[in-house]
Design a protein around this ligand. Structure first.
Ligand SMILES: NC(=O)c1ccc[n+]([C@@H]2O[C@H](COP(=O)([O-])OP(=O)(O)OC[C@H]3O[C@@H](n4cnc5c(N)ncnc54)[C@H](O)[C@@H]3O)[C@@H](O)[C@H]2O)c1
Length: 405
């Protein structure tokens, strides 16, 4: 047992060096409470699901909403680090422990694997587990990985993704905070990506690994009749398009969406199944805060929308409702589920654009919801969670679910 008081986080920008076990646990419990229960309580032998990227952001929301609302059981995969003598575990480690506990209390058999989802070894491990523990049939796969690099199991090449525009450099306003938490609106310029970096980003964040998962599971005969899979995507605002949708990450998302169309055709023939992308709205996550301009954009969006901003758990509940047939699949003309309409509504975008153009260090506090944004960044690491006593010592050595304490 290693007890510590972690009353304030040490951080570098939006990256924190520590996370808070009790805060992460409370946050997961709050997210669970926020998921609306289904009309009929799910049975213990609900559909079998695999969630890839289950410890954070949209994948965590997929796991919690899946467990509570869609009654799933199955497997979650993520990439997290345990506590060491000097550091706490990563926040996703603690969130996974809390999620596993909630699943257990709800009577759902959910196994969490910590490792590299891009590797073939993980695919084998999951396939074996599906056979041994879950009747050898998978009903749903949610793909919600956000990663900086991927080793291609075929070639051994390590692909590193970049967040850059394509074709020309882009200037964007951006929001930073100093050590005292004072906000500053700055301009940053990002050079265009080299051709090979576009290809690397597509190799990491495009559809290649998603397809490899499907190939692998189909090859082992593990896809149930009517199997459905969804990968998370983003479109976003014209304010961020140079760096996002028209940039390297956007090229990867276009590839992911193309992969969905090809997989949809294959799965329909193979098992009467479906593959879609789910386009979600902006959320503060470890991945999104790394994108230039996104912090400013999300802060302003919240300034405009306030409580009308739709949290990931609500969006992912809607996704499960569509995948499980509680509601009909609602696809746009490109075959995507759109859970981002609250963000991209023209009147909302017009209001955000007006504030974006006006934003300076002096007036940003009036235009953006900085308290909320600052809190959200802290909550990613289990800080600023209401109801948590940050003066109390906490045990930072939390066992991985299923491992002895
Ligand atoms: N954050 C947003 O605003 C937003 C909006 C719409 C769509 N999305 C999409 O949602 C998806 C998830 O993004 P997020 O923002 O929730 O990210 P996140 O950083 O919050 O979570 C990423 C997850 O991926 C896992 N992961 C990373 N590398 C891994 C690896 N090698 N093996 C196994 N697991 C690994 C992490 O452990 C974590 O569970 C992405 O496709 C993203 O584009 C995000």
């Amino acid at each position: 047992m290693t007890e510590r008081v972690i009353d304030r986080p040490r951080s570098r920008g939006f990256l924190f060096l520590d996370s808070h076990p009790a805060g992460c646990r409370q946050l997961v419990s709050d997210m669970w409470e926020a998921v609306a229960a289904p009309a009929t309580p799910p049975s213990a032998d609900g559909p079998v699901a695999l969630v890839i990227g289950s410890s954070a952001g949209y994948g965590l929301a997929a796991t919690l909403a899946g467990l509570k609302r869609a009654g799933i059981r199955g497997i979650g995969i993520c990439f997290e680090k345990p506590a060491t003598a000097r550091r706490t575990a990563t926040a996703g480690w603690y969130r996974t422990a809390a999620t596993a506990e909630l699943a257990r209390e709800a009577g759902r058999d959910m196994v969490f694997l910590n490792g590299d989802a891009f590797s073939d070894a993980m695919k084998e491990q999951v396939a074996d587990l599906l056979v041994e523990r879950f009747g050898g049939k998978l009903d749903y796969l949610i793909y919600s990985v956000a990663a900086p690099r991927r080793t291609d199991p075929e070639t051994g090449t390590v692909h590193a993704s970049v967040l850059q525009p394509i074709g020309a450099s882009s200037r964007t306003k951006t929001l930073v905070f100093d050590d005292e938490g004072a906000p500053e609106v700055k301009e940053v310029e990002t050079a265009p990506a080299a051709e090979e970096d576009i290809a690397h980003t597509v190799a990491v964040m495009g559809g290649a690994d998603w397809e490899r998962w499907i190939d692998h599971l189909a090859g082992r005969g593990l896809l149930a009749d009517g199997f459905a899979t969804a990968a998370l995507s983003y479109i976003g605002s014209t304010l961020t398009e140079a760096i996002y949708r028209k940039g390297t990450i956007g090229a990867a998302k276009a590839h992911l969406e193309g992969t969905a169309r090809a997989l949809d055709k294959r799965l329909s023939e193979l098992v009467g199944g479906r593959a879609v992308t789910s386009v979600n709205g902006a959320a503060v996550t470890q991945s999104s805060t790394a994108i230039p301009g996104i912090a400013l954009y999300v802060g302003l969006l919240r300034g405009v929308l306030d409580e009308r901003m739709v949290p990931p758990t609500a969006q992912l509940s809607a996704l499960w409702d569509q995948l499980t047939g509680v509601r009909p699949l609602d696809l746009d003309e490109e075959g995507r589920i759109r859970l981002d309409t609250w963000e991209l509504a023209p009147e909302i975008q017009a209001a955000v654009t007006e504030r974006w153009q006006a934003a300076t260090t002096e007036d940003i506090a009036q235009l953006a919801d900085l308290g909320w944004f600052h809190g959200e960044v802290h909550r990613l690491y289990g800080f600023a969670v209401p109801g948590v006593d940050y003066g109390a010592p906490v045990d930072i050595e939390v066992p991985w679910p299923g491992q002895p304490a």
